[in-house]
Design a protein around this ligand. Structure first.
Ligand code: 5GP
Ligand code: ZN
Length: 112
């Protein structure tokens, strides 16, 4: 199985890690869209949000607990946005579940 994010998690592909625990890892996006653009990635390979199983429910919660810690570490006290692209229509390019954490700038109320 060829998965870029699994390779990053294993340390076989370099990345700038900003957070890691038993369940998730987080690193800077290669092509940042905002002053802060971190990808929060569960260590378990799950292809997309649509592939989250019952047994993964807690793991998804862990992503948001990690986000709180990353926000504190990176000084996102004014807030942040978390986005998940699921499937083709959403433009998901990497088939390993990940959450874009964006911040460092006021984004306004519109999402797209
Ligand atoms: P998606 O479109 O699947 O939601 O987002 C994939 C994201 O992964 C993109 O924002 C892209 O810039 C990022 N990305 C793709 N390959 C790599 C990589 O090798 N390293 C890092 N750090 N980010 C990557
Ligand atoms: Zn993977």
């Amino acid at each position: 199985m060829d998965c870029i994010f699994c390779e990053i998690i294993k340390g076989n592909i370099p990345s700038t890690k900003v957070y890691e625990d038993e369940f998730v890892t987080a690193f800077n996006d290669l092509n940042p869209q905002m002053p802060v653009h971190v990808l929060i990635v569960p260590k378990k390979h799950i292809a997309s949000a649509n592939d989250i199983a019952e047994e993964d429910a807690e793991l998804v919660g862990r992503v948001f607990l990690a986000a709180q810690k990353i926000a504190e570490k990176l000084g996102l006290e004014n807030g942040y946005r978390i986005i998940n692209n699921c499937g083709e229509d959403a433009g998901q390019t990497v088939k390993h579940l990940h959450f874009h954490m964006l911040g460092g700038k006021t984004m306004g109320e519109r999402i797209i």
